[in-house]
Design a protein around this ligand. Structure first.
Ligand code: NAD
Length: 255
């Protein structure tokens, strides 16, 4: 299977992606700015996992991490992410820039370094973790939403530029996932129930379901798929019209 690199692998969805990659037979490089947690996750996975402190917003840190790899990665997952909530009118510039740096600049820096190693190795797969916030706006999430939308377009750009080198680049857009940065939201039972009621499949998603999708996009089964965004969201982003009011008399029309 070769080597997989997972950024933000010290917690939440990234840790689960790294575990699944190891189970699928990859050797896994787990990168995170939080050295303690990423070492714990790697130790738990076992011999096939190596942890490293990497700040995806720092070009020297990213370049050094790639230089330390003993082979070109077959799969790179840009999962490191940051959210800062607040209305656009009052969001601090520091918060805006922090989110932009991790979610967008980090994805850019890691991906182009990955491509530089993958090209002479005849290709590879990059999977960028965006969000359904990159597909639709949400209250108080303006910085996050803008960066995740940009990740979706950046994915298309990378697929275009690097396709001839055999490098496939796709986005996974997780929806309402019971893991990582959303744990605090779903600790509120009422919020959880209200949110899952809006999902056509009627439930929250799991980090495992996101990881399955990432591994599919990295696999030979996805050999002809590039530049795409795959929402793992139980149908949420395709159901914007579900709550429109309708008079009873036109119910049979279904508009
Ligand atoms: N949990 C959700 O509901 C959800 C939904 C949609 C998308 N996502 C996306 O999934 C990804 C993982 O999120 P999560 O929920 O597991 O969050 P999380 O906060 O548990 O994990 C994010 C990880 O990224 C690391 N990180 C932050 N800045 C970094 C940097 N500069 N360099 C390297 N690592 C850094 C953190 O230390 C952390 O381990 C993110 O990109 C997030 O935007 C999550």
């Amino acid at each position: 299977m070769g080597l997989a690199v997972v950024t933000g692998a010290g917690s939440g969805i990234g840790a689960v992606i790294a575990r699944h990659a190891a189970k699928a037979g990859y050797r896994v490089a787990l990168w995170d700015v939080d050295e303690v947690s990423v070492r714990e996750v790697a130790a738990d996975i076992g011999e096939s996992a190596v942890a490293r402190k990497v700040d995806v917003t720092s070009e020297p840190s990213v370049v050094a991490a790639f230089e330390a790899l003993d082979e070109a990665p077959a799969l790179v997952v840009n999962n490191a992410g940051l959210v800062r909530f607040g209305p656009l009118r009052t969001l601090s510039l520091d918060d805006w820039e922090a989110v932009l740096k991790v979610n967008l600049t980090g994805t850019f820096l890691v991906s182009r370094q990955a491509a530089a190693m993958m090209e002479p190795a005849s290709g590879g797969a990059i999977v960028n973790i965006a969000s359904i916030n990159g597909i639709a706006a949400a209250p108080n999430a303006g910085a996050y939403t803008a960066t995740k939308a940009a990740v979706i377009r950046l994915t298309e750009q990378m697929a275009l530029e690097w396709g001839p080198a055999g490098i496939r680049v796709n986005t996974v857009a997780p929806g309402l996932i019971l893991a990582g940065m959303s744990d605090a939201i779903y600790a509120d039972e009422q919020v959880r129930e209200q949110r899952q009621a809006q999902v056509p499949l009627g439930r929250l998603g799991t980090a495992e379901q996101v990881a399955d999708c990432v591994l599919f996009l990295g696999s030979a089964g996805a050999a002809y798929i590039t530049g795409q965004v795959l929402a793992v969201d139980g149908g949420l982003t395709k159901s914007a019209l579900r709550n429109l009011a309708r008079p009873k008399t036109v119910d049979s029309v279904g508009l």
